[in-house]
Design a protein around this ligand. Structure first.
Ligand SMILES: *[C@@H]1O[C@H](CO)[C@@H](O)[C@H](O)[C@H]1NC(C)=O
Ligand SMILES: *[C@@H]1O[C@H](CO)[C@@H](O)[C@H](O)[C@H]1NC(C)=O
Length: 364
């Protein structure tokens, strides 16, 4: 065991046994969702949605691919850094055993969405209901280590992140012209349906013990290099996907507000990823990027077509690109997003940001 995990272990054991005062550092972290937050679960699955070969991971500490859809760290890694914890391991990792369970776990799986039929083209991925089942299984395993009461306390005091929605548009409704979902629903009706299903997912998460949950909506889907390559003629963000994001995100905040008032506590915190990314997409130079349109790794217009592989174009300096591949932000862009999660105003974080949450929770 590394010394840092020994430290975390003793902090948490001390905490659950009531020996030391509650410390913000000793807080488990659980992650659910899609490729924006997957830290490698898909490496263990038979799926085409994977990031386990170079140049993925080129700027990761090991300089090797890990399954993260990033040149380096992803959003959960940087949140872990901020809250002073080790990065959580993918739930399917064989290394996630014993006291490492106390750090939390990452259940996310690239390609999934709110709906079960999203991402079917990727074959074997962990759909959100399965992720929640794994969360339950995780709690049983942890119970075997520290008992049911301490397990419940650890889960109740944990920080949770869930990122869903983007794939329900790009890998379902808009995947092909005249998709089954687009024949079934108008866009506004589809968005309402997604929101009602997302509400069920969040309710289940609450039932399973989650008490502080960061909930992200979609990013500015029409502005990613893939969509610029496929749907834009002049480099402007693709209109339909931007319309989808503009419908989805306000309704997500609305739904979260309703859920919190029904429960009577600020359990769910809306993360407005559109606003966070709009700033650096609109004015990349101000954030130190040379472009927010062209992906660092890829091919075709805007490097937005196909996958990022060893034969793709690759930019020499990943820090000056907002997008690493056709769909996913670079580590540096992820850092800008997490900074907003931590200190953003209510326009970005509703009803409050993570630094406020940390301060509140360390007092209770
Ligand atoms: C998705 O699948 C799960 C498990 O198979 C099921 O419980 C759930 O109701 C399904 N969701 C929808 C929206 O069909
Ligand atoms: C967010 O964080 C900053 C401190 O970093 C704080 O001043 C601000 O009031 C917070 N905003 C909200 C809405 O919580």
């Amino acid at each position: 065991m590394e010394s840092s995990s020994v430290l975390v272990f003793s902090l948490i054991v001390g905490l659950v046994m009531g020996i030391v005062a509650p410390q913000a550092e000793a807080r488990a972290f659980f992650v659910f969702g899609d490729s924006l937050v997957d830290s490698g679960n898909n490496d263990y699955l038979v799926t085409t949605a994977r990031a386990d070969s170079p140049p993925y991971g080129i700027d990761y500490p090991t300089h090797r691919p890990t399954g993260r859809f990033s040149n380096g760290l992803n959003i959960p890694d940087i949140i872990s850094e901020y809250i002073g914890m080790e990065a959580t391991l993918p739930y399917l990792s064989p290394e996630l055993t014993g006291e490492r369970l106390l750090i939390g776990a990452n259940f996310a799986s690239a390609g999934i969405g709110i709906l079960n039929d999203t991402g079917i083209q990727f074959l074997n991925i962990i759909r959100i209901f399965k992720q929640l089942e794994y969360f339950q299984q995780y709690q049983q395993r942890l119970s075997g280590l520290i008992g049911p009461a301490q397990t419940q306390q650890l889960v109740n005091q944990a920080l949770v992140l869930i990122t869903l929605g983007g794939n329900d548009f790009v890998n379902n409704y808009y995947l092909v012209p005249f998709s089954a979902r687009s024949r079934q629903f108008s866009l506004p009706d589809y968005v309402r349906y997604l929101i009602s299903e997302y509400r069920k997912v969040l309710t289940r998460l609450y039932e399973l013990g989650a008490r502080r949950v960061l909930v992200t909506g979609t990013g500015p889907m029409g502005c990613v290099p893939a969509e610029l390559a496929m749907r834009s003629t002049n480099g402007e963000c693709a209109v339909e996907l931007q319309r989808a994001a503009r419908l989805f995100n306000p309704q997500l905040i609305q739904m979260i507000r309703g859920l919190n008032s029904q429960i009577g506590a600020d359990i769910f915190i809306a993360v407005n990823a559109v606003e966070m990314q709009r700033d650096f997409i609109k004015d990349p130079q101000q954030y130190g990027f040379v472009t927010s349109k062209i992906a660092c790794c890829g091919q075709g217009p805007y490097n937005g077509l196909g996958l990022c592989t060893i034969v793709s174009n690759l930019c020499p300096d990943r820090d000056v690109y907002a997008f690493w591949d056709a769909f996913h932000p670079s580590e540096r862009a992820n850092r800008i997003i997490v900074r907003q999660i931590f200190t953003g105003t209510t326009e970005y974080m509703y009803p409050m940001n993570l630094s406020t949450i940390m301060a509140l929770d360390s007092r209770t």
